[in-house]
Design a protein around this ligand. Structure first.
Ligand code: U7Z
Ligand code: ZN
Length: 276
């Protein structure tokens, strides 16, 4: 591993990231294994609210680690609010992590269970910080919404992304990708788990308030196969390496507690209890 280069291979993968990024062994690293019956039901947790109505994508790019869809983030037109968040957080980008054919690919796991893939919608606290870069190093700088992908039928909207992948096959390529609203990638319920963690890739800053949705969305194996046509390698490189298994495995909790939002029935019970 030379300089700031890192990846998901044998020589540059998650097990050696700590050599260049010692925070890899820190106290609030991500992802984690979520154990639902150990999550604390926190009565102060509100529902999470997504205001994506005016939101529209700008570009798609192959970062060499994932495929990233980027958003205009100069105002508050697309934000996540509520849940554990004290401020609205602006959508910056979303990207995916996935496995090889028939392999596991999610970063978070639920009681040891992996999903085929995981979508990350990355938001930053533009109330407290001036730039995404500044927020990315602050303990309350980022809010990432994690959504599991399980395999089954075709997803009705994922083709809009997979149809654009040929434009960003190689590492470092960027293409226009306008007018995509990620609302179409959400499951029907926004019930979630939340905990304090980190970026799951170098620089692994401990700056992320994680909100992981309990309900997965369904995509087909054929659609996941299209993600694997992307390359980790650049156009000038001799060796072509397909982009797959770009996930970090779960990290140790180190005393952290996961919180869960109460479901509607329980909120209702709480309301009755308060009135009584
Ligand atoms: Cl902002 C910046 C500038 C120069 C060098 C590094 C950074 C930086 O800290 N980041 C920019 C790239 C933060 C990590 N980056 C991401 O886009 C990012 C966002 C979310 C996640 S994840 O935890 O959701 N997988 C990983 C990387
Ligand atoms: Zn991610």
């Amino acid at each position: 591993m030379t300089g700031n280069q890192w990846g998901y291979g044998k020589e540059d993968g998650p097990s050696v990231w700590h050599k260049n990024y010692p925070i890899a062994e820190g106290d609030r690293q991500s992802p984690i294994d979520i154990v639902p019956h150990q999550a604390i039901h926190d009565p102060s947790l509100d529902p999470v609210v997504l205001n994506y109505d005016q939101c529209t994508s700008m570009k798609i790019n192959n970062s060499g680690h994932s495929v990233v869809v980027e958003f205009e983030d100069s105002d508050d037109r697309s934000v996540i609010r509520g849940g554990p968040l004290d401020n609205p957080y602006r959508l910056k980008q979303f990207h995916f992590h996935w496995g090889g054919k028939g392999c596991h690919g999610s970063e978070h796991t639920v009681e040891g269970k992996s999903y085929a893939s995981e979508l990350h919608l990355v938001h930053w606290n533009a109330v407290k910080y001036k730039t995404f870069g500044e927020a990315a190093t602050a303990p309350d700088g980022l809010a990432v919404l994690g959504i599991f992908l399980e395999t089954g039928d075709d997803h009705r909207w994922l083709h809009v992304i997979t149809d654009a992948l040929y434009t960003v096959k190689f590492k470092g390529s960027v293409a226009d990708f306008k007018g995509f609203n990620p609302k179409c990638l959400l499951p029907s319920s926004l019930h979630y788990w939340t905990y304090l963690g980190s970026l799951t890739t170098p620089p692994l800053h401990e700056s992320v308030i994680w909100i992981v949705l309990k309900d997965p969305i369904t995509v087909s194996e054929r659609q996941l196969g299209k993600l694997r046509t992307l390359l980790f390698s650049g156009e000038e490189e001799n060796e072509r390496v397909h982009m797959e298994n770009n996930f970090r495995p779960p990290q140790i909790l180190k005393g952290r507690k996961t919180s869960a939002q109460k479901d509607r029935a329980e909120q209702f019970k709480q309301l009755l209890w308060n009135q009584y």
